[in-house]
Write a protein that binds this ligand. Structure first.
Ligand code: HEC
Length: 126
């Protein structure tokens, strides 16, 4: 016979492991590492410094295509996106889905935790 206390213990453990994964704390250091690894080739977080992509300083809440001296794609210019956390996450995941024929040549960041951490890092820059 299966030991019922063993079963209860096991399900409690599984529950705990699950909720830990769901509520894992946002990790700004991982966000910074992700930025350096995934975005820094094309983006600076310094105000006014554009590279292949526009500066991402103060990006949270910014309107899309609002850096005057950056040459955006037509679709980014007409997209009227406000860069909320949700929009940033969607763009990072599938740049060409949110802005078809956009100029950002980036395949996308699959891991939702990495995206959340990266957004936390970006939101600290203002
Ligand atoms: C290969 C270069 C490249 C990489 C890598 C890259 N980007 Fe971009 N990014 C661009 C370019 C170019 C644009 C302008 C897109 C357009 O005009 O369609 C852009 C635009 C953006 C915008 C819109 C900014 C605005 O002013 O409206 C955001 C937000 C952004 N990128 C975030 C990121 C993040 C976060 C990463 C890393 C996960 C990343 N990008 C990786 C080149 C890149």
């Amino acid at each position: 016979m299966v030991n019922i206390r063993y079963l209860i213990g096991l399900s409690a453990l599984l529950l705990l492991a699950n909720s830990n994964a769901l509520y894992a704390a946002v990790d700004i250091n991982n966000g910074k590492n992700m930025f350096n690894q995934e975005c820094a080739e094309c983006h600076s977080v310094k105000e006014g410094k554009n590279k292949k992509g526009p500066s991402l300083w103060n990006i949270l809440g910014r309107k899309s295509a609002s850096i005057n001296d950056f040459n955006y794609s037509d679709n980014m210019r007409s997209s009227q996106i406000i860069w909320t956390s949700d929009q940033l996450s969607a763009y990072m995941e599938h740049p060409k889905v949110l802005v078809p024929a956009g100029k950002m040549k980036y395949d996308g960041l699959d891991n939702p935790k990495d995206r959340a951490d990266l957004i936390e890092f970006l939101s600290s820059l203002h």
